[in-house]
Design a protein around this ligand. Structure first.
Ligand SMILES: Nc1ncnc2c1ncn2[C@@H]1O[C@H](COP(=O)(O)OP(=O)(O)O)[C@@H](O)[C@H]1O
Ligand SMILES: [Mg+2]
Length: 266
């Protein structure tokens, strides 16, 4: 059965994209079939994968999730096979649906569309899902309709939390959206885990982890992701941390193992 997982936190810069990419590649390395979906108009995941330039503009003239969303709400060309939007990245051996800056327009159009929270879910057809063990959605830093779409399409969510001051800001709002989606459109949605990121040796970092343990005793991952410059280097090289020897790569592999284990026991 395919697990669809949203990596969500409405704060920017907490490690969502880094987590989506590296958990995806780590799962792939265990032999799982993985599809990454970039659902952020900033398209950082697509840039990580070499699809878009640093401005979020596609390098080639290929369709992205923004075209797919427009088609799905009747604003674009005729609805075609969703598989046409899937690219394969050779270097990281992973399938993905890219994004681009135009997804910001789709977000506006979606606001007026019928059943606007279920567009992505309807696009992820049974046929597509059956090709994968995991679909990982890299969410945008906002609590709008695109995030709702990601949650409604998912079975589970992972929340990366930057282990720094103000880590808890906004988590209450995200939890409340999670609860609303669960209570209305997606009862089986589960919180797979909360992942501390950019952990360092400061007291602030230690304190956040202690507080997260209290707030999420069952959901906090045993693994934490430390702060290391390799993260940015990996993005610049368009190559996952899991493909060469370094601490963060090992940590993301451990997170992937935990995800697989959690799925077996729940
Ligand atoms: N563990 C880490 N240590 C140091 N820098 C990191 C780490 N994880 C991510 N980064 C860097 O922090 C920035 C934000 O990370 P990113 O994954 O893009 O966050 P988000 O998707 O939540 O905005 C990027 O420049 C990224 O390379
Ligand atoms: Mg991001």
């Amino acid at each position: 059965m395919c697990r669809i997982i949203s990596i969500a936190n409405q704060k920017g810069g907490v490690g969502k994209t880094t987590t989506a990419m590296n958990v995806g590649v780590a799962l792939r390395l265990t032999g799982k079939r993985v599809l990454l979906i970039d659902l952020d108009p900033q398209a950082n995941l697509s840039t990580y994968l070499g699809f878009t330039n640093d401005e979020g503009e596609p390098i080639d003239d290929l369709p992205t999730i923004s075209h797919l969303m427009m088609v799905a709400i009747g604003q674009g060309k005729k609805l075609t096979d969703v598989k046409q939007y899937i690219r394969h990245n050779e270097l990281n051996d992973i399938d993905y649906i890219p994004s681009d800056i135009n997804l910001a327009n789709a977000d506006c159009y979606l606001a007026g569309a019928l059943s606007r929270e279920t567009v992505l879910k309807r696009m992820l057809t049974k046929e597509l899902i059956s090709d994968y063990d995991y679909i990982i959605i890299d969410c945008l830093p906002s609590l709008g309709v695109l995030l709702m779409n990601a949650l409604v399409a998912s079975n589970g969510i992972i929340i990366p939390v930057q282990a720094q001051k103000f880590a808890f800001d906004g988590l209450g709002m995200l939890n409340s959206i999670f609860d609303q989606v669960k209570a209305t459109l997606k009862p089986e949605l589960s919180l797979i885990g909360v992942l501390p990121t950019m952990v360092d040796h400061t007291n602030a970092s230690k304190r956040v982890i202690e507080q997260l343990k209290e707030a999420y005793p069952d959901e906090l991952f045993n693994t934490v992701i430390h702060r290391a410059t390799e993260a940015t280097e990996s993005t610049n090289k368009h190559r996952s941390l899991c493909l060469y020897k370094n601490r963060l790569g090992e940590e993301y592999k451990a997170v992937a193992e935990e995800i697989i284990r959690r799925e077996v026991t729940t």
